[in-house]
Design a protein around this ligand. Structure first.
Ligand code: SF4
Ligand code: SF3
Length: 547
């Protein structure tokens, strides 16, 4: 099979340009090519879906969910299983046919929408040569850049739409935009300006999608509340739950009740410990380990199980391959997978394996960190924050967050947090917080200096807080003593960045490097319009921000 591929969707892309033989993330050329074919299919689905919408036809909910789930499956560190992608491509063919038939006669169908996927994996991989990101060498670089920016923003939004969906919440405006946006990426009549506007529209719709997810989470699990979370090991059998899916965690907590198994969260699951409907389970004992990129080291030979509910999964080492289970859209070619059957998941294989492995032999000396500062908690204390700002007790608010990753330059975020003056507070979210959330940075004006807002989707909370503060101070968000210093890795961060830009938020600092898929021209537009800038050094950035 062909060993070439091209992918530049994440921050760790090879040489800051593109992965060409295999992914730095561990994605092989076969999976990368199958993902290209799947995305191509989804563009066709977008085209016919959009014609259905324009005709006033309603698209079946199962199709909306398919689009969301399969886009999410192509996000970095989600699914490495080629067989799953072959299945998705076959289903996509059927869905495209259904939408095409419903759309009726259409003039000027783009060639991409007319594509028909072949039957075998080998042929699909072969086809990828002609439909991958760089296959059209004549395509204007800025157009390609904006189309890819849109696709990556969609992948991020798909993750949030997926989480809302499984909690029973969806929204026509969000769903319909997938068809409009995907079909736009194969519309050759669109200009740079048109595609720029579509990216801004995506940012706007992604905010609605994150709001939908916030409603889904808080109405199911309650509002997060300040909570001290154990970050050290406890004696006994255990299961570590990683990813972003709180429903899977809740199911597992139910199924492990009274079985003597400790449940730990990991990485982006940490905020789950602050939700009333999850923290009520006494065997949800705490959080294990740091951010995703440390998993191979932290799970090495571990005497317990790991359940991966979403990204970021890395290929497991042999020492824990038999005890890492995937579920939902996560997939690894050689690890056991828990399927949902008839709306239910049976975690018995994970539970039995955890009991067999026996767990940790003794308790570590206890350490805890405080989390649970989503919008409700912060806004309940808005009066105190506002008066502390007015009295000069809080001079500046930093939002330091985003995705973590393996590159050495990411120490910037640790140093920045440590060097912020004592009269400033830090809001943080997503897995980038593990760069500093276990440091004791003290308190400011009666608040912990580091306020953990939650997962990456809780950017919605941070935005809500910023808008409320701007209203209280009767100013624009850009005039608040607030600076956003973000780290990015995968495509959820792309969606969130588009949301922040669509709200007109200026002077965001982004690192550790800028996306390879943004051309110099497009970057210049982002710099001119929004003052987007790369991070420099902690000292220099603090000096510029604080004057
Ligand atoms: Fe490379 Fe990132 Fe694509 Fe993986 S997801 S192949 S690391 S660019
Ligand atoms: Fe982290 Fe993957 Fe992005 Fe939800 S777990 S933020 S990188």
């Amino acid at each position: 099979m062909d060993n070439n591929m091209f992918c530049y969707q994440c921050e760790q892309t090879l040489g800051g340009k593109g992965c060409v033989k295999s992914g730095v993330c561990g994605k092989n050329a076969t999976v990368a090519n199958l993902q290209d074919v799947l995305i191509h299919e989804l563009k066709g689905i977008g085209f016919y879906g959009q014609r259905n919408i324009e005709k006033g036809l309603k698209i079946r909910s199962e199709i909306n969910k398919f689009v969301v789930d399969t886009m999410f499956a192509t996000l970095t560190n989600v699914n490495f299983d080629p067989k799953r992608f072959v299945e998705y491509i076959k289903q996509a063919e059927q869905i495209k046919e259904e939408l095409k038939n419903a759309a009726g006669k259409i003039e000027n169908v783009p060639k991409a929408a007319e594509y028909k996927a072949p039957a075998t994996m080998e042929q699909m991989v072969e086809d990828a040569k002609n439909i991958g990101i760089m296959s059209d060498e004549k395509l204007d670089m800025d157009i390609r850049s904006l189309r890819e920016l849109l696709i990556y923003g969609f992948k991020g939004m798909a993750a949030y739409a997926h989480h809302a969906y499984i909690l029973g919440k969806f929204d026509d405006e969000v769903n319909n935009f997938f068809y409009k946006g995907l079909s736009s990426t194969i519309n050759d009549s669109l200009t740079v300006d048109d595609l720029f506007e579509l990216n801004m529209e995506l940012g706007n719709i992604n905010l609605k999608c994150m709001e939908l997810l916030d409603n889904a989470l808080t109405s199911t699990f309650g509002n997060p509340e300040p909570t001290e979370v154990l970050i050290t090991k406890k004696k006994g059998p255990f299961i570590i739950v990683s990813g972003h899916d709180l429903k899977d965690l809740k199911n597992l907590l139910e199924q492990t009740k009274g079985k003597g198994i400790n449940i730990y969260t990991h990485c982006e699951m940490l905020p789950a410990n602050a939700y009333p409907e999850l923290k009520k389970y006494k065997h949800l004992v705490g959080n294990y380990g740091g951010a995703w990129q440390k998993q191979q080291e932290e799970f090495d030979g571990i005497p317990g199980c790991i359940l991966m509910t979403t990204n970021c999964v890395q290929k497991p080492r042999a020492s824990y391959n038999d005890r890492l289970f995937t579920t939902s859209i996560v997939g690894l070619a050689d690890s056991p997978h828990i399927e949902e059957i008839g709306g239910k998941k049976d975690f018995t294989p994970v539970i039995n394996k955890a009991l067999e492995l026996g767990g940790f032999k003794e308790d570590d000396q206890e350490k805890r960190i405080i989390i649970g500062f989503a919008h409700k908690t912060i806004l309940d204390h808005a009066g105190e924050i506002i008066s502390a700002v007015k009295q000069g007790k809080i001079k500046h608010i930093f939002l330091i967050g985003g995705c973590d990753g393996a590159k050495p330059g990411r120490n910037y975020y640790t140093e920045l947090a440590q060097k912020t003056p004592d009269d400033t507070i830090i809001l943080t979210l997503a897995c980038g917080k593990f760069r500093f959330n276990k440091l004791d940075l003290g308190s400011v004006a009666g608040f912990p200096k580091v306020l953990d807002v939650g997962q990456c989707s809780d950017s919605y909370s941070a935005i809500k807080v910023a808008i409320a503060l701007a209203e209280a101070f009767d100013c624009d968000v850009n005039d608040l003593p607030l600076s956003l210093i973000l780290s990015w890795y995968e495509q959820k961060a792309v969606g969130i960045l588009l949301t922040l830009l669509s709200l007109g938020i200026k002077d965001i600092r982004l690192g550790p490097t800028l996306p390879a898929f943004i051309t110099p021209n497009i970057l210049q537009v982002l710099v001119d319009k929004f003052g987007l800038k790369p991070i420099s050094t902690p000292e220099q950035d603090l000096k510029t921000i604080l004057g």
